[in-house]
Design a protein around this ligand. Sequence first.
Ligand SMILES: C[S@@+](CC[C@H](N)C(=O)[O-])C[C@H]1O[C@@H](n2cnc3c(N)ncnc32)[C@H](O)[C@@H]1O
Length: 299
Amino acid sequence: MAAAASTAPDAQRNCAPGGALGLFDRARLPLHQLRRALRQPSRLRRLHHAAVLASLHSLFEEDELGLLRHHFTIDAPTFRRLEGDLLGDAAFRSEVESRYRRMRGESLQLFGASSAEDCDRGYRLLYYLVRLAKPRVVVETGVFDGISSAFLLKALADNGSGRLCSIDLPARQPIAASTDKMLHDALPAGCEPGWIVPDELRPRWALRLGSSAELLAPWLDELGSIDLFFHDSLHTFANMRAELDVAWRHLAEGGFAVVDDVFWNRAFRSFTAAQRQPGHVFRGIGLLRKDGAGARSDT
Ligand SMILES: C[S@@+](CC[C@H](N)C(=O)[O-])C[C@H]1O[C@@H](n2cnc3c(N)ncnc32)[C@H](O)[C@@H]1O
């Protein structure tokens, strides 16, 4: 998932939580991205077709609450409470922002009041999902700066349970089909993957460095069963399918597979077809629940 470099559109921060954006509002989002790209040619050069497809797809997507309602019994006040736990955590926001500004020299614009500038909707979705699913074990491939890891770990901390196991092949140089289209395409000099994760969130975290092709299967064997898998590493068809295939075998009934950048290739679509389940897509992130069961009441 790309943060400040993301070309994924954002919805209005001040829209009613869970309230549907009008088509007019949504249509402005890809336009804003295009305008920004035209102002900054460096962004245009790095614009990936997957980001364009994600922008167009967002015109017709449900919002987060609509998406979550496919899997959880959740009403608007409950969603608002979760949103408040995240957006109202000034310490989390300021810690992540200040680390990012120190190393990258710019703001992430987390939880920004300006819809057009903040690019964190995918991260928020990860947070809500973990809060609602209450996973025991989350496995993530692709850490980079550690923004997604930080959101996952904050959700686990707010749940008071669960741990995150992450795998990352450090991007000391840009990696094709992974970081090469991002505005910042390599780790900052001297930084290790996950450098942005606040210290107080680290006790629930284990990070192993290397390729997911080598590390994922053996670690899953050690873990036995997992409850949520998040792919965001190497977005080749072969790697995405291989990760999904092995993670799915270890996913507990009711667990979630979450896949970033589903428009890079057909891996997510071919996987959902193989499972005979449609899956859902939000801002380029694909979501598939293992049992396909209806809503459950666990909020
Ligand atoms: C898009 S970035 C991850 C961004 C992060 N998930 C976030 O949203 O904050 C992709 C990461 O996957 C790593 N990566 C690339 N190829 C990999 C591989 N074969 N196995 C594991 N990680 C890989 C890259 O070095 C990079 O750190």
